[in-house]
Design a protein around this ligand. Structure first.
Ligand SMILES: C[S@@+](CC[C@H](N)C(=O)[O-])C[C@H]1O[C@@H](n2cnc3c(N)ncnc32)[C@H](O)[C@@H]1O
Length: 268
């Protein structure tokens, strides 16, 4: 990612503002995207199939958020005392999960440019207690940064890594998962998603290829993905045991695999 705030974070926030589950997302949007939200809603009201025309992206992004919500709910019920949103973007979980998060330590980890934008936008919402950790996953050790912010590796944590792995190269994703594993006490859990390079047939793949060019132009090229069949092995190689590995039924392009996992016991 270039050293500027993430545009994809804005885009997925727009998709959540248009979805059923996130009443805060609309308030986190920039003015142009609030306008885009109104236009999309009007088109919806006139029966224009905007979601289908955008390959089902709204459905997909909201399904991803719901999948991670479910994993977070499970982790909260199991008693994790720390919650870490890695690549937090404009995630509104600090408000959506305010009750469940009370009494636990929340860490918001992100690229410094996106974190600064988040801080400016979230002034519109009631203050929440969270520790901000600014870090570039590609250049710095986010584990060290978390520890410096008070993360306790002896207490169980839930890690959400939503919509981030595709913007990093394979070696960085592998290293990040191994680093996460080293931060996991018994009872920890992880939920994240991976790009599916083999998703969709013709002509969907051509449309996706064009969109990827657009993403590269705005500084967030897709760098990494895996066929779903390879995901469990990949996750195990980093020291996690997959709990759920799912491809959502989202529309013409179900281009993500959703994963929840727990730390695998260390052999010996
Ligand atoms: C698609 S957004 C997802 C944001 C949030 N997780 C959500 O679902 O709303 C991608 C996020 O990854 C972060 N990101 C991408 N590359 C990064 C890097 N090298 N270091 C730190 N964060 C990065 C961006 O800043 C952004 O917040």
């Amino acid at each position: 990612m270039r050293d500027r705030a993430s545009t994809t974070a804005e885009f997925v926030c727009l998709m959540r503002a248009l979805g059923p589950d996130d009443p805060y997302a609309g308030r986190l949007l920039s003015r142009p995207l609030r306008r885009a939200e109104r236009v999309w809603r009007r088109l919806d009201a006139f029966g224009v199939p905007v979601d289908a025309a955008t390959l089902g992206l709204r459905t997909l992004i909201n399904a991803r958020h719901r999948f991670i919500d479910e994993a977070l709910n499970d982790a909260l019920a199991a008693g994790v005392s720390q919650v870490v949103l890695l690549g937090a973007g404009l995630d509104a979980r600090p408000w959506r999960f305010a009750d469940g998060l009370a009494g636990r330590t929340l860490f918001l980890v992100d690229h410094p440019a996106t974190a600064a934008r988040r801080a400016a936008r979230t002034r519109r919402l009631p203050p929440v207690e969270a520790r901000r950790v600014d870090v570039d996953f590609a250049r710095e050790d986010f584990g060290d940064a978390l520890l410096a912010a008070g993360f306790d590796p002896d207490r169980p944590a839930f890690f959400a890594w939503e919509g981030v792995s595709m913007y990093l190269d394979r070696a960085t994703v592998e290293a990040a998962l191994r680093r996460l594993r080293a931060l996991c006490a018994p009872g920890a859990a992880l939920a994240f998603d991976l790009w599916r390079p083999d998703a969709g047939g013709w002509p969907v793949r051509s449309v996706v290829a064009l969109s990827r060019r657009g993403m590269a132009l705005w500084g967030e090229p897709v760098r990494f993905g895996l066929p779903t069949a390879e995901v469990a092995t990949f996750v195990r190689a980093a020291g996690f045991e997959p709990a759920r590995v799912e491809v959502p039924a989202a529309g013409p392009w179900s281009g993500l695999t959703f994963v929840s996992a727990r730390p695998a016991p260390v052999p010996g």
